[in-house]
Design a protein around this ligand. Structure first.
Ligand code: HEM
Length: 126
């Protein structure tokens, strides 16, 4: 399969992921009933699965070249993004705690983008 094509898929899914996340986090903080809609609940899982599957494919295609600190950093921070993200969307008990979690999740996401572009764990600070 074409590496660049999968990379585009990966980056597009990443863009959609954060876009959907910000919308859902806003609805979560403002306690909007739209958050309970079936499409709103399912779409993020589909997008995030595409993001992750594409990431795995890219890593496999890179082979040994993927065994680098920045790739490991992205995997770990993706788990952090998901974990903090679930606090922002559903696990946080007050709108305030959900808002704080949402801000942290967005910051983690943009840190990951920096890791991707600089190919370095220090991200934008490299
Ligand atoms: C929220 C999570 C993620 C975001 C926002 C993200 C973002 C990006 C971006 C923007 C690029 C393009 C970099 C460039 O054009 O130079 C990229 C490439 C890549 N990402 Fe991710 N990524 C994420 C998760 C992951 C994970 C978990 C892995 C590893 C399993 C991964 C592996 C890769 C690889 C191997 C490339 C290709 C590097 C290259 O050929 O330049 N990504 N990612």
């Amino acid at each position: 399969m074409n590496y660049l094509l999968i990379k585009h898929l990966h980056v597009t899914a990443a863009g959609l992921s954060i876009l959907f996340f910000i919308i859902r986090a806003y609805w979560s903080v403002t306690e909007n009933a739209l958050l309970q809609k079936k499409f709103v609940k399912i779409a993020p899982h589909v997008i995030d699965t595409v993001l992750l599957v594409a990431a795995i494919l890219l890593s496999m295609m890179l082979g040994a070249a993927a065994a680098q600190p920045w790739v490991l950093t992205k995997i770990l921070l993706l788990l952090v993004y998901i974990g903090v993200g679930t606090i922002a969307i559903k696990r946080g008990r007050t709108p305030r705690s959900r808002a704080i979690a949402a801000i942290i999740a967005v910051l983690v996401f943009f840190y990951i983008v920096g890791v991707a572009l600089h190919r370095h764990p220090a991200s934008w600070f490299f």
